[in-house]
Design a protein around this ligand. Structure first.
Ligand code: AMP
Length: 428
């Protein structure tokens, strides 16, 4: 199938060609005709499937089809809600990219930055608003936005919006929209809660599920290292160095954990930065840019911060700690092996995470292959709190090996040998 057979305008086809896309992805070929026909849509599609173009292209075309009467003040005609600032920025970029030959204006609205430039932009009139719910409601309260003329609503990453507790904000926003409108709901999973939201939101929707949950997962080589909690960081440094990994996204469960790990890696001579919700928008954008442009080798992220990050062909994802929600494992490792390229996902699993690993394997309906690294075998007798203690490193027995050539092969990085602890278990 080609893009030209989908009924998109010449301007949109040109923008698509500029991007170098030759064929629509499955979500695009299914979603675009539905949206063009004006139907409501419920689509199960993860990041990496091309879903953004799947709704942005036909949305732009819809706006083109119903031109406004001349002389009327520009109202907001399309509203895209996203759970995170990063995703809002990325969707707005896509709207600009695909709409570059069309006359529409877009505003991206999220918190953590000065509201005044957003107000100025809205005052001048915009066709499309891409927003996170909280800041959008701030504008509603300040009467700096009018949503009463919205023709198309898109909820992107609906499952994550619910996970993040946005349901009340979403309901408040829905109440401000006109009754007659087109609704598009994208979600990585069709959970019970998402179905409930969809039931109240969508009218006679077309449902598409082009990304059965595990299809991405099949492309990714996955490995589990069983390791004592207190030795995870050393193992991570070892894997990065020994494998000469140059771009690694590492997931931790907490913001504090992300900061701490990033600092420890820096001390090991591995350029690293952390991204999470406590960082300012500027700091997050900088961290992401540094990572994308290979100025830092490791990006340590929490689930929420990493959600929706568009990083092409990321070769390595590491679960430094397993997520509590098994679906998050799929979201996390979906950051690698995208668009058909193969990727590698490694999980460092300590004794107390065994139950979480079981849940993930149940969801995937497969056992993940176990791997071992010499010197990092878990101590079968270690109690969780013992492992925890050595996490802080002070008393962990370390037996430094001689530095290996090429261990940290980046120029300028401190060269340090892997600190194997072959007799670690015996020392306890
Ligand atoms: P998304 O799932 O929307 O986050 O898109 C994932 C990535 O796929 C983005 O980097 C897009 O630029 C890219 N992409 C979207 N549509 C296509 C296409 N038809 N062919 C190739 N790449 C695409």
């Amino acid at each position: 199938m080609s893009f030209s057979s989908l009924g998109l305008s010449a301007e949109l086809l040109r923008a698509v060609a500029d991007q170098g896309y030759t064929e629509p992805t499955p979500v695009q070929s299914r979603a675009i005709p539905v949206v063009l026909a004006g139907r409501d849509l419920m689509a199960a599609a993860q990041t990496g499937t091309g879903k953004t173009a799947g709704f942005t292209l036909p949305l732009l075309q819809r706006l083109l089809k119903n031109p406004l009467e001349a002389g009327r003040r520009k109202p907001v005609r399309a509203l895209v809600l996203t759970p995170t600032r990063e995703l809002a920025a990325q969707v707005a970029d896509s709207v600009q990219t695909y709409g570059k030959y069309l006359p529409f204006t877009t505003a991206v609205i999220f918190g953590g930055v000065n509201i005044n430039p957003q107000i100025d932009k809205l005052r001048r009139g915009v066709d499309i608003v891409v927003a996170t719910p909280g800041r959008l409601l701030d504008h509603v309260q300040q009467k700096t936005i009018d949503l009463s003329k919205v023709e198309v609503l898109v909820l992107d990453e609906g499952d994550r919006m619910l996970d993040m507790g946005f349901i009340r904000d979403i309901r408040r926003i829905l109440a401000l929209l006109p009754q007659r409108r087109q609704n598009l709901l994208f979600s990585a999973t069709f959970s019970e809660d998402i179905r409930k939201l969809a039931a109240g939101l969508l009218k006679n929707p077309e449902t598409i599920d082009v990304a059965p949950r595990n299809s991405t997962v099949d492309l990714i080589s996955q490995r589990v290292y069983q390791v004592d909690k207190g030795h995870k960081r050393e193992l991570l440094s070892h894997l990065i160095g020994a494998g000469n990994w140059q771009q690694v996204l590492v997931f931790t469960r907490t913001k504090h954990g992300a900061n701490r790990l990033s600092e420890q890696l820096q001390r090991d001579g591995i350029q690293s930065t952390a991204i999470h919700g406590n960082k300012t928008q500027g700091a997050r954008t900088r961290a992401l840019a540094d990572f994308k442009q290979n100025r830092v080798r490791v990006l340590v992220a929490t689930d929420i911060a990493a959600r929706g990050l568009d990083i092409d062909q990321l070769p390595h994802v590491v679960n430094y700690e397993l997520p509590h929600v098994p679906e998050d494992y799929v979201h996390r490792i979906g950051r690698t092996g995208r668009a058909g390229s193969s990727g590698e996902a490694v999980s460092l699993v300590c004794g107390e995470e065994r139950g979480l690993l079981k849940d993930i394997e149940r969801l995937l309906r497969q056992d993940l292959p176990r791997a071992t690294a010499e010197g990092f075998k878990p101590n079968p007798n270690a109690r969780p709190e013992q492992a925890e203690k050595s996490n802080h490193g002070a008393h962990a027995p370390r037996h430094a090996h001689k530095p290996q050539p090429g261990w940290h092969s980046r120029p300028g990085s401190r060269s340090r040998g892997p600190r194997f602890a072959a007799s670690r278990s015996g020392n306890r």
